[in-house]
Ligand binder design. Structure first.
Ligand SMILES: O=C(CO)COP(=O)(O)O
Length: 226
């Protein structure tokens, strides 16, 4: 079975109750591609979970958690090892995990992108056995919140290398079935070409997930199913 397209909306700490309700209304009113072809997850600020949970999407418990975001790694000092432990703990508690990896601009310019991504992924792989409930988000730090989206070729290159890494270091089955999604300044304008890349299985969206264009990003799934 192919990898189902996955789109996450990382709302971070944005919004007031009114704004959150407005986003939810927009999502509920949007014409979204069939859930046969796309899985959508939103990550509201903790304080708004009750507001969102009561109004949005069938089956919304809080089944997913985003871990290893670069803002946590850099601002909260979370090491790769700690992120690996958190991923293992979350899975053991029955949560599904979006695990983020990605290099800084400095690391990219030094040619160490894949070494960084591999080190971050290895710290997770060393702590877990079952990848069924894990989605890996490749989020180059230089693309997050900067308006500087990776080119489709840049994203594809890292995603393909990461899948190869999983094939060699975990298993061919895990490499084939694990969704690797891209995050970093994704917009309605850039999503289709990115989605056209063979190893881009979806997106983790920050700023644009607070806007109506999030619907367009979700619907980029149709690029895969076309
Ligand atoms: O950090 C992100 C998603 O986790 C990306 O944020 P932006 O889409 O705002 O760049």
């Amino acid at each position: 079975m192919g990898r189902k397209f996955f789109v996450g909306g990382n709302w971070k700490c944005n919004g007031t109750v009114e704004q959150v309700e407005s986003i939810v209304n927009t999502l509920n009113a949007g014409q979204i591609a069939s859930t046969d072809v796309v899985e959508v997850v939103v990550s509201p600020p903790y304080v708004f979970l009750p507001t969102v949970k009561g109004k949005l999407l069938v089956n919304l418990g809080v089944p997913w958690v985003i871990l290893g975001h670069s803002e946590r790694r850099s601002l909260m000092g979370e090491s790769s090892e700690f992120v690996g432990e958190k991923v293992a703990y979350a899975l053991a508690q029955g949560l599904k995990v979006i695990a983020c990896v990605g290099e800084t601009l400095e690391q990219r310019e030094a040619g160490s992108t894949m070494a960084v991504v591999a080190e971050q992924t290895k710290a997770i792989a060393g702590k877990i056995k079952d990848w069924t409930n894990v989605v890996v988000a490749y989020e180059p730090v230089w693309a997050i919140g900067t308006g500087k989206v990776a080119t489709p070729a840049q994203a594809q290159e890292v995603h393909a290398n990461l899948r190869d890494w999983l094939k060699t270091n975990v298993s061919p089955e895990v490499a084939e079935s694990t969704r690797i999604i891209y995050g970093g300044s994704v917009t309605g304008a850039s999503c289709k070409e990115l989605a056209g890349q063979p190893d881009v299985d979806g997106f983790l969206v920050g700023g644009a997930s607070l806007k109506p264009e999030f619907i367009d990003i979700i619907n980029a799934a149709t690029v895969k199913s076309a």
